[in-house]
Design a protein around this ligand. Structure first.
Ligand SMILES: [Zn+2]
Length: 342
């Protein structure tokens, strides 16, 4: 039922041309174990940015360093989650280039599966699909200094200090930074011109992905909650604005770990004001969000999943044929260069 309430901003069928329909998901991401978000490799510090603490009063003048969960760190595991199921239900296609099954981060996406149509692809041989899932960096509520821990791996001298008997500091010291459990990131995910089934697929990927960042069996556990769903004709305030406005609402002083219920109340208070903002036409009530999530869970359930994923995959069928014809036509002409999206 709640999906129907979004009908003005939901595409009835997949189309190649955008029509300015935006659905915004407000996502709260909470770490449930040590988590590591680094740019590349080990030894790098956690991703963070200096930003205004809040948007009002003293908060607006205070600069703090916030942890950042980058776009890539959010989308990559969520795509992989969906693709595991596409693979299990045999809905990934082989690409024409080398006949291998569609896979991420290769130069040969199949251009035909649900993931390719939704999250986009750029192929070297011509043809590209822009992602219709717009993410942005998510920021921690609290400053990095409060929510990052250090683990010293080795190299404390026998004296129990980090200096040798001559007073020189230890050089063999190896510390590893991690994000503590119970750290909250607020995030705005914008979906553009998606159908009802595409919306179910994306929300499922967000809700059911449970490991992020540099992951092992012990680290990277994270839980995602959808706090709000909006329909509009443009993008809503950014993740950063949401975090800053929520920070303003939360009582001070703030300490890690934050009370999650207070945080949720504060965030909901902030997004309630979005109703009158930037072309918002639909704001799902709490009960409607719950209904929507139940609808998503039903479609992803053991009983419905095969049916749901196949129906979604089938919806692209007319466009697969068009794409193949186009390719044949292009193959006769010269190759077109395509901008590659990372
Ligand atoms: Zn594909």
């Amino acid at each position: 039922m709640s999906i129907q309430k979004l009908s003005s901003v939901i595409a009835t069928i997949y189309e190649n041309f955008p029509k300015g329909r935006f659905i915004t998901l407000v996502v709260l991401r909470t770490t449930h174990s040590e988590t590591i978000f680094r740019t590349e490799g080990s030894g790098e510090p956690m991703c963070s940015e200096f930003v205004q603490a809040g948007l009002e009063g003293e908060n607006q003048k205070t600069i703090i360093q916030r942890l950042v969960m980058t776009k890539r760190k959010q989308v990559a595991p969520e795509r992989r989650y969906g693709r595991e199921h596409l693979r299990a239900h045999e809905l990934l296609y082989t690409n024409i280039k080398d006949g291998s099954l569609c896979s991420l981060n290769t130069n040969a996406p199949c251009e035909m599966c649900t993931d390719c149509f939704l999250y986009g692809f750029a192929a070297g041989g011509g043809g590209a699909q822009k992602s219709r899932i717009w993410t942005e960096d998510a920021f921690s509520i609290l400053p990095a200094s409060d929510v990052v821990g250090d683990r010293t791996i080795n190299a404390i001298y026998e004296t129990g200090t980090m200096r040798d008997e001559k007073g020189n500091p230890s050089t063999a010291l190896n510390t590893s930074e991690y994000i503590k459990p119970g750290v909250h990131f607020l995030d705005v995910v914008t979906l553009k011109d998606v159908t009802a089934d595409e919306l179910r697929y994306i929300i499922g990927n967000i809700l059911f992905t449970s490991r992020y960042g540099a992951v092992s069996s012990r680290v990277g556990r994270m839980e995602n909650q959808i706090l709000g769903v909006f329909g509009s004709i443009t993008e809503l305030p950014s993740s950063l604005e949401l975090v800053q406005a929520t920070y303003d609402v939360l009582g001070k002083p703030l300490e890690h770990p934050l009370n999650i219920n207070q945080l949720i109340t504060a965030s909901k208070q902030v997004i309630a004001n979005w109703q009158n903002k930037r072309g918002v036409s639909v704001h799902l009530s709490e009960a409607e969000v719950t209904n929507l999530l139940t609808d998503v869970e039903t479609n992803w359930s053991e009983a419905e999943r095969d049916n749901f994923l196949k129906r979604l995959s089938q919806s692209y069928e007319p466009f697969r044929q068009v794409a193949t014809e186009k390719k044949k036509a292009k193959a006769k002409g010269k190759n077109t260069l395509v901008e590659v999206e990372s």
